[in-house]
Design a protein around this ligand. Structure first.
Ligand code: ADP
Length: 628
C-alpha cells in the first residue's frame, strides 16, 4: 500500500447465518482441511473464466496479452500461504455481497445438512462440502485470519480482513492489477499446507483439470486440460476417471464413459460418463433432474455448467462435457435453448447414449446391470416422453420374473421367446418386493402351469408398463385382473365341487360380504389358496391404488372381485356346512375371515384387531371340536 491516501478502515458485522456457518467450519469441519485449497482454486478459476469469456465475446481490450493463471506461493518457515489470480476481482460492493453474507441457497442447504448431521460430524465428507460449496470460508479450517486484496476492472482496489469471528473489515487500497490475492498464515496444526510436496499433491488430486495453469512457487503443477479434445485411443483410463471425479464431484470412479467426436451437420466432441450410483433425490424428488446436464463448452470456453438443453430429462444423469464450434460464444440461455444446432446436438447425443446403453447390455452385462439398477427408473420416464426412441427404450427394459432368481432379469424379447405356443399374453404382477409377490395366490395357476410372470418391483413400473400395451403383438396383462382366460384343468376339475354345491357357497359369500366386493365368482386360477381378490378388467393396478392411498387421496379403492377355489378343502367344508345348517355362525365368520385374509395378503387390510379376534373365535371353535 502506498500510504499516500488516507485510508479508512470500515468494520462490518456478519449476518447471523454467517456466524453460524463460520462457527461450524472452524469447529466441525476439521476432517478434511485440504478442501480449502480446492475451493480457493475453484473460485479463482471461475473468476478467470469470466475474464476469458468477456475477452472473447466483447473484443474488449482487457490486457489480452497477459496469461490467465493462478499462482500459489508458500513459505514453509513462515507458514504463509498466498493464492493469487488475475481473474475478474471484486469491487467493494461485491466483496460485501460475496464474502459477507450467505447469499447462496447452496450454503444454506449446507447449514441445514450440517444441522441434520449434528451427531455425525465425522460423516460430513469432502464430497458434501464440495457439493454445497461452502467455498471460500473453508479457509478458516487452516488459518485464524485471512486477508483478501482485490480489484475489479473500473473499481478501486480493496482489502478485506477477517478472523472469521463475527466481523470483517474493508479498506480501499492501491492495487494495480486486476484480480484477487488471498493471503494468510497457517495454524499450527495446518502447517503441512506450506509444504510444496503436499500442496502439489492436493492440486493434482482435486484441481488437475482446472482450465488455467496453476503455478506453485513458479512451477506449473496441473497438467491436463480438455481431455475430450484428445483422440479416443490416447485417453488413459486413470486420467479419464480423475477427470470424471473432478467435474462431477463424485468420490467414486465412473461406471463407464463414452467419447464422441462428430463431424457433419453439426460438429461436436463429447466425453460422457455414467456414475455408479444415482443420488437419492434423483429418483424420488420430482423435478430433481430439471437443472442437470453436461457442461457446455463453445470454442474452449465454458458456457454453461449444467446445460440441461443438451439432453432430454430422462438422460440428464449422464455427466460430462460437450464442446462445439457451431454455437456463437455470446449465447444467452434462451438462444441456446431454441437454437437448431442445439436441437441437433441433443438429438444425436440421445441416439448415441441409447446406443451406448445397448452396447453395454450386449457386451458388458455386469455394467449394464449396475447401470440399470441405478438409473433404470429414470430412463423409464423416456418411454412416456421420447416417442422417437420408445422402441429402443422398451428393448432396454429388464424385469425379474417367476423364472429368474432374485436380482436376475429378463427382457421382453427373452420373455416372448420362451412363451408357450398357446400363450397369447405377457403377464405381470406388481408389488413391493419379490418375496411378498411370490406368495400372492393369483400366481398359483401360472406357477403350476409353468407360465412366466414378470415381477414389477420398481414403483415406476406400474405407470410405465401398462402404457406399452403390447410387445411383439402380445398384450401385456396384469394377473390381478379378472379378464384372463384360464384353461380349466382336468385334474383340478375332478376334485372340484359340482355346480349345485358351489352355488349356495357363492350365495353365502355374496350375502355376507354385500357391498364390500363387486362380485364373487368361481376361480380358475387358484391352486393352493381358498380365495383371492382380483380387479375388474378396467381397474387400476393395485400398486397405483396403494400409492394413491398413501398420498391420502381417499376413496380410490375400487371394489374387487372375490374368486373362490372350488377344489379347496375350506370351500368344500363350507359347502357341506351350508347343506347342514345355513345359519351356523361359523359360516359367516369363515367367509369374513377368508375375505380379510385376502386383503391382508394384498396389503390393504385395515381393521387388524377384528381380524385377529375373529381368528381367535375360529380357533376356539376348532379346538373345542377337537376335544369333543
Ligand atoms: P461459491 O464459489 O460457491 O460461489 P464462495 O463462498 O467460495 O462461494 O465465494 C463467494 C463468491 O465470492 C463467489 O461466488 C465469487 O463471486 C466471489 N469470489 C470468491 N473468490 C473469488 C476470486 N478469487 N475472484 C473473484 N471473485 C471471487
Amino acid at each position: 500500500m502506498s500510504g499516500k491516501k488516507q485510508s479508512k478502515i470500515q468494520e462490518f458485522e456478519y449476518k447471523a447465518e454467517m456466524k453460524q456457518l463460520l462457527n461450524l467450519i472452524v469447529h466441525s469441519l476439521y476432517t478434511h482441511p485440504e478442501i480449502f485449497l480446492r475451493e480457493l482454486i475453484s473460485n479463482a478459476s471461475d473468476a478467470l473464466s469470466k475474464v476469458r469469456f468477456s475477452q472473447l465475446t466483447e473484443n474488449s481490450a482487457e490486457d489480452e496479452g497477459e496469461e490467465l493463471k493462478i499462482t500459489i506461493t508458500i513459505d514453509e518457515k513462515e507458514k504463509t500461504f498466498v493464492i493469487e489470480d488475475n481473474g475478474t476481482g471484486m469491487s467493494e460492493e461485491e466483496l460485501i455481497a460475496n464474502l459477507g453474507t450467505v447469499a447462496k441457497s447452496g450454503t444454506l442447504g449446507f447449514l441445514q445438512a450440517m444441522k441434520e448431521q449434528q451427531s455425525d460430524k465425522e460423516g460430513m465428507d469432502a464430497n458434501l462440502i464440495g457439493q454445497f460449496g461452502v467455498g471460500f470460508y473453508s479457509v478458516f479450517m487452516v488459518t485464524d485470519e485471512v486477508t483478501v486484496e482485490t480489484r475489479a476492472e473500473g473499481s478501486p482496489g480493496c482489502r478485506w480482513c477477517s478472523t472469521g469471528e463475527g466481523t470483517y473489515t474493508i479498506e480501499k487500497i492501491d492495487r494495480e492489477k486486476r484480480g484477487t490475492k488471498i493471503a494468510f498464515t497457517l495454524k499450527e496444526d495446518a502447517a503441512e499446507f506450506a509444504e510444496a510436496f503436499r500442496v502439489e499433491n492436493i492440486v493434482r488430486k482435486y484441481s488437475n483439470f482446472v482450465d488455467f495453469p496453476i503455478y506453485l512457487d513458479n512451477k506449473r503443477v496441473n497438467s491436463i486440460t480438455a481431455l475430450w479434445q484428445q483422440p479416443k485411443n490416447e485417453l488413459k483410463e486413470e486420467e479419464v476417471n480423475e477427470f470424471y471425479k473432478f467435474i462431477s464431484v463424485d468420490y467414486q470412479d465412473p461406471l463407464d464413459y463414452l467419447h464422441l467426436s462428430l463431424e457433419g451437420v453439426v460438429n461436436f466432441k463429447a466425453l460422457l460418463f455414467l456414475p455408479k450410483e444415482a443420488p437419492m433425490d434423483m429418483l424420488y424428488q420430482q423435478g430433481a433432474l430439471e437443472n442437470h446436464g453436461p457442461q457446455l463448452y463453445v470454442r474452449k470456453v465454458m458456457i454453461q455448467h449444467e446445460c440441461k438443453d443438451l439432453l432430454p430429462e430422462y438422460l440428464r444423469f449422464v455427466k460430462g462435457v460437450v464442446e462445439t464450434e457451431d454455437l456463437p460464444l455470446n449465447v444467452s440461455r434462451e438462444v441456446v435453448q431454441n437454437s437448431p444446432v442445439m436441437a441437433k446436438i441433443r438429438q444425436i447425443l440421445t441416439t448415441k447414449i441409447i446406443g451406448w446403453f445397448e452396447s453395454l447390455a450386449q457386451d458388458h452385462q455386469e455394467k449394464f446391470r449396475q447401470f440399470y439398477k441405478a438409473f433404470g427408473p429414470v430412463v423409464k420416464i423416456g418411454l412416456n416422453t421420447d416417442f422417437t426412441n420408445r422402441e429402443k427404450l422398451i428393448e432396454l427394459l429388464r424385469f425379474e420374473s417367476t423364472e429368474t432368481q432374485e436380482d436376475e432379469y429378463v427382457t421382453l424379447k427373452e420373455y416372448t421367446g420362451k412363451m408357450k405356443e398357446d400363450q397369447k399374453e405377457i403377464y405381470y404382477l406388481s408389488g413391493d418386493n419379490r418375496q411378498q409377490m411370490l406368495s400372492n395366490p393369483n400366481l398359483e395357476y401360472f406357477r403350476k402351469n409353468g407360465i412366466e410372470v414378470l415381477l414389477l418391483t420398481d414403483p415406476v413400473d406400474v405407470f410405465v408398463i401398462p402404457s406399452i400395451n403390447e410387445y411383439d403383438k402380445k398384450p401385456l396383462k396384469s394377473i390381478e385382473k379378472a379378464d384372463i382366460d384360464f384353461k380349466a384343468e382336468k385334474d383340478a376339475e375332478k376334485d372340484a365341487l359340482g355346480k349345485n354345491m358351489i352355488e349356495p357357497v357363492l350365495r353365502i359369500f355374496k350375502e355376507t360380504l354385500g357391498d364390500k366386493v363387486e362380485d364373487v365368482v368361481e376361480s380358475g386360477r387358484l391352486v393352493n389358496s381358498p380365495v383371492t381378490l382380483v380387479g375388474s378388467k378396467d381397474a387400476v393396478d393395485p400398486q397405483i391404488e396403494k400409492m394413491m392411498r398413501m398420498m391420502k387421496q381417499a376413496d380410490v379403492t375400487a371394489k374387487k372381485i372375490l374368486e373362490i377355489n372350488p377344489s379347496h378343502p375350506v370351500i368344500k367344508n363350507l359347502a357341506g356346512l351350508c347343506v347342514l345348517d345355513q345359519n351356523d355362525p361359523i359360516i359367516k365368520a369363515t367367509v369374513n375371515q377368508l375375505y380379510e385374509g385376502a386383503l391382508l395378503l394384498e396389503g390393504s387390510l385395515e381393521g387388524k384387531a377384528d381380524f385377529v379376534s375373529r381368528m381367535n373365535e375360529i380357533i376356539e371353535a376348532a379346538t373345542r371340536q377337537a376335544k369333543a
